[in-house]
Write a protein of this length. Structure first.
Length: 149
């Protein structure tokens, strides 16, 4: 886990109604790690107050091509991804009506790029229950701070 992932997970954990699991493997096929059918999500956050499961991706990269490609892949497999997530996290009974949404933590300069490309190319649009809690894609801005010496 890099520095920014640690900062984001501490931010998520600051809300006591949110539970976080880092480097979570979402595996569509239970018994095999097939190419393009599994992803390691930087953090999965269960926010009990809103009954939402967030798939948190954290990137400080200048180019976000890989991240946008991942969002497209998630969109293509969204129903299976939500089912696998709930199955592997043991949430099949607990989180029956919960929404599942991606939440990106990215540099401020990258926000316009994602807002421009994601909705047209691969945004996760409303797909029934799984995104019932409003906009499907959330963006948060990572702003580097200089450390005092």
């Amino acid at each position: 886990m890099d520095y920014y992932q640690g900062v984001v997970t501490e931010y998520l954990r600051a809300d006591r109604s949110t539970f976080v699991n880092t480097e979570f493997c979402i595996q569509l096929d239970r018994d095999q790690m097939a190419r393009d059918r599994h992803w390691y999500c930087d953090a999965v956050a269960l926010e009990c107050s809103s009954e939402t499961i967030f798939l948190c991706e954290i990137s400080f990269a200048d180019g976000l091509g890989a991240l946008l490609k991942r969002l497209c892949a998630w969109k293509d497999h969204w129903s299976d991804l939500c089912a696998a997530l709930k199955r592997d996290a043991g949430l099949t009974k607990l989180a029956v009506g919960w929404g599942v949404r991606p939440w990106l933590f990215i540099p401020e300069a990258s926000v316009p790029k994602v807002e421009k490309k994601a909705p047209s190319e691969c945004a996760l649009l409303s797909t029934g229950d799984n995104t019932r809690n409003g906009p499907a894609l959330e963006l948060s801005i990572l702003v580097p701070q200089r450390r005092k010496r």
